[in-house]
Ligand binder design. Structure first.
Ligand code: FMN
Length: 134
């Protein structure tokens, strides 16, 4: 099993409709090939984790990377894992950069990532949340 985490930048601001469509297609495709993960969107930044069988993760990432809606994809982490951190989600979603009454984005994301045991994955998401919390 493998987990790949990358960051990228949207070419233009992503509308709620576009995002819904990305998530709909992602969940359908990912479920079919055993990929789970999390997508965090903050302004024009995407942070996404993809995990599952190595072949499925690579095929999925190669397809995502070629998507014109974003660019400058940079892999932050890509390694073998013993177990999934996002087993609940064919593709979970966390909006960042729009603080809610309940708390700051950082605290929203902190709550979401709380169950993640892997300290490296945790740190990546925490850093990302902090950067977009201002
Ligand atoms: C930020 C971002 C994340 C995406 N994540 C996924 C994903 O996890 N799984 C997926 O299948 N497609 C994802 N996509 C969409 C793919 O780039 C591509 O449009 C889609 O997989 C094509 O699927 P289709 O051939 O079934 O229409 C993502 C696109 C963007 C811009």
């Amino acid at each position: 099993m493998r987990r790949l985490i990358y960051i990228s930048t949207a070419r233009t601001a992503v509308s709620k409709q576009e995002l819904d469509e990305i998530l709909r297609v992602s969940r359908r495709n990912n479920q079919a090939v055993g990929v789970t993960g999390l997508l965090i969107v903050g302004g024009r930044r995407f942070l996404q984790a993809l995990e599952g069988p190595s072949e499925s993760v690579m095929t999925t990432y190669d397809r995502i990377k070629a998507d014109d809606r974003h660019f400058a994809a940079v892999i932050l982490s890509d390694r073998e894992i013993a177990e999934r951190s996002f087993s609940e989600w064919a593709m979970g979603y966390q909006p960042a950069g729009t603080p809610r009454a309940a708390g700051t984005v950082a605290s929203d994301v902190a709550a979401l990532i709380a169950p993640i045991i892997d300290p490296i994955v945790h740190a990546y998401f925490e850093e990302f949340a902090k950067k977009h919390a201002a």
